[in-house]
Design a protein around this ligand. Structure first.
Ligand SMILES: CC(C)(COP(=O)(O)OP(=O)(O)OC[C@H]1O[C@@H](n2cnc3c(N)ncnc32)[C@H](O)[C@@H]1OP(=O)(O)O)[C@@H](O)C(=O)NCCC(=O)NCCS
Length: 178
C-alpha cells in the first residue's frame, strides 16, 4: 500500500488584511486556468493592488459576499467566492473557484464549495448557483458530483464572448426544526 499521505486541507473565511493573498491567488488562478473565469489575467493585473485590500476587507465582513481560502499546512492554495446577487431574486452564487494543481483531487475543491454553500445557507439561501464554462468538463463533473444540476440557462462568458457558460444549481437542505 502507498505510504503517500494527503496533506491536511482546511478552509477559512478571508481576513480583512489578506488583500495580497487574495491578489496572489486570483492572479495564479487566472494564469493557470484562463478558460475557467469571466475575467482575464490582464484585467486582474491592471487593478491597483490597494483595491485587493479593500476587497478582502469587504469579503471578510459583508453579509452578502465572502471569500473562502483553502490552506495546506498553513499555505494558501485555493479560493472560492460566495455572494448573494443584488436583485429582487437574491440568488446565491459561488464563483472564482480554484485549487492549486499540486493539491487537486484531495477534496479541497469540495471543502471550499461546501463551506461557501453552508455560509450562503446561513445567510438564508435555499439554492446555490454557479456559472460554468461549457468547455470546462472538469468543473462540470466536479460540480455534478456535488449535486449541482443544469438549470438550462446559458450565456456568453463575460471575458470571452465566443465561449458559452451554463448556470448550475444545487438545492440546499433547509433545517426546518431550527
Ligand atoms: C475544479 C477544481 C476546483 C476541483 O478541485 P479539486 O480540489 O481537485 O476537487 P476535489 O478533489 O474536491 O474533486 C475532484 C473531483 O472533481 C472531478 N475532477 C477534478 N479534476 C478532474 C479531471 N481532471 N478530470 C475529470 N474530473 C475531474 C472529479 O469528479 C474529481 O474526483 P476524483 O478526484 O475522485 O477524480 C480544480 O480542478 C480547479 O481549480 N480547476 C481549474 C479552475 C476551475 O475550473 N474552476 C472552476 C470554475 S467554474
Amino acid at each position: 500500500m502507498s505510504a503517500r499521505m494527503s496533506p491536511s486541507l482546511t478552509v477559512s473565511r478571508i481576513a480583512a488584511q489578506q488583500g495580497s493573498v487574495l491578489r496572489e491567488l486570483r492572479t495564479a488562478s487566472l494564469r493557470e486556468a484562463p478558460y475557467a473565469f469571466g475575467e482575464t489575467l490582464a484585467d486582474a493585473l491592471q487593478v491597483d493592488p490597494a483595491l485587493f485590500d479593500a476587497t478582502a476587507s469587504l469579503q471578510a465582513n459583508s453579509a452578502n459576499a465572502a471569500t473562502f481560502l483553502l490552506y495546506t499546512e498553513g499555505h494558501p492554495c485555493g479560493l472560492v467566492n460566495a455572494f448573494i446577487e443584488e436583485s429582487e431574486a437574491e440568488r446565491a452564487f459561488v464563483s472564482a473557484l480554484w485549487v492549486a494543481p499540486a493539491v487537486r483531487h484531495l477534496r479541497g475543491g469540495e471543502l471550499l464549495v461546501n463551506v461557501a454553500s453552508q455560509w450562503l445557507a446561513e445567510q438564508g439561501a435555499s439554492e446555490v448557483h454557479a456559472w460554468i464554462a461549457e468547455e470546462n468538463r472538469t468543473a462540470v463533473r466536479f460540480y455534478e458530483r456535488l449535486g449541482f444540476g443544469p438549470t438550462g440557462d446559458r450565456r456568453a462568458m463575460p471575458a470571452n464572448e465566443a465561449e458559452p457558460e451554463q448556470l448550475y444549481v444545487r438545492h440546499m437542505q433547509v433545517n426546518r426544526d431550527a
